[in-house]
Design a binder for this molecule. Structure first.
Ligand code: ADP
Length: 304
């Protein structure tokens, strides 16, 4: 049945080590942390949280590469987290010789800013060959976090091929996120039914608002697609084939604590709503509501 089909996320699993400070440190000084926490930085986790939040039984699943499962951070932090959020990680492929990607984050509670130092030493991205082993029947939606775009286009073509044999209501919805300002990622624009473009990318194209970005970039998406652009405290906008710009204001928390992962949380909540048949306006509003709530605390555990 359609309801039992899952959402698949294709991307990267990364460990975030979040150093919480009261004041951003000066270079070459010695400061104390207010606190430290480790979380699994992973778009799929946010989708999982979105699902959990509504206490449904919708399942989430991911396809990505993983380092040796015996490696301590995997055992101690990542895999228990996946279990906690009911994320099916059966599609992860193992790379025993590789290191887990990790980010060292400085989270400043006085401003809510997050400064990220990311390292991925040698864990490869998911390839089209890995993806070809996935049984697509179990999915209603597949989301790609823009990374190795050329391979990702090949994966999307596999889904388009699969979709071409199915009636409209059984087709898998394809979404892509273009977050980083890397030119090769821009080839993903015409490949999503739903395309998330970040404000960084919008600015890279010279746009200074979500609305301007949507109008300026819409010609790059395929016919019938929806283009969505979130803009931090200004909320988010979306544009579909009818040419009408939809907007939601942000929902700022009482106090702004941590914006790390706000974008992923927004994407997850939007995908969740649309995958349940909700309207674009409902999806944007819910996305901003959940992402705004996330900004009021560290990590993700208090979203629900
Ligand atoms: P990121 O910095 O993770 O890329 P975005 O700027 O894309 O996040 O914001 C995603 C969504 O998160 C926004 O649409 C908004 O709803 C929410 N958000 C982000 N920053 C804030 C903020 N300072 N206040 C309220 N909501 C915010």
């Amino acid at each position: 049945m359609e309801q039992q089909k899952k959402i698949l996320c294709v991307g990267l699993v990364c460990l975030d080590i979040i150093n919480v400070v009261n004041k951003y440190p000066e270079e070459d000084t010695d400061s104390r942390l207010a606190s430290r926490l480790t979380v699994t930085a992973d778009v799929c986790r946010s989708v999982g949280s979105g699902e959990e939040m509504l206490q449904t039984h919708a399942q989430c699943c991911r396809c990505s590469e993983r380092p040796a499962p015996s490696w301590a951070p995997c055992q101690l932090v990542l895999w228990p987290n996946f279990q906690k959020y009911c994320i099916d990680v059966s599609l992860l492929s193992e790379h025993p010789q590789c290191f887990l990607p990790a980010s060292m984050v400085i989270s400043n509670i006085s401003t809510g800013s997050r400064t990220i130092l990311h390292m991925n030493r040698n864990l490869p991205d998911v390839t089209a060959e890995d993806f070809s082993k996935v049984d697509l029947h179990q999915f209603k939606w597949i989301h790609w976090e823009g990374r190795n775009a050329e391979e990702q286009v090949k994966m999307i073509q596999q889904v388009e091929q699969y979709n071409s044999m199915l009636p409209q209501q059984q087709k898998i919805t394809i979404s892509v996120e273009i977050e980083k300002t890397r030119k090769p990622l821009y080839q993903l624009f015409p490949h999503g039914d739903v395309v998330f473009v970040s404000k960084d990318v919008a600015r890279d194209f010279g746009f200074e608002s979500a609305e301007a970005a949507l109008k300026g970039l819409y010609s790059r998406v395929k016919q019938g697609a929806v283009l969505i652009c979130a803009w931090a405290e200004k909320g988010a906008d979306a544009l579909g084939p009818d040419g009408v710009i939809i907007h939601s204001d942000a929902f700022p928390p009482e106090s702004l604590v941590d914006t790390l992962g706000a974008g992923d949380t927004f994407n997850a909540a939007v995908i969740y709503t649309l995958s349940k048949g909700g309207s674009l306006q409902d999806a944007l509003t819910f996305g901003c509501r959940v992402a705004g709530r996330k900004c009021g605390f560290h990590g993700y555990d208090s979203i629900s």
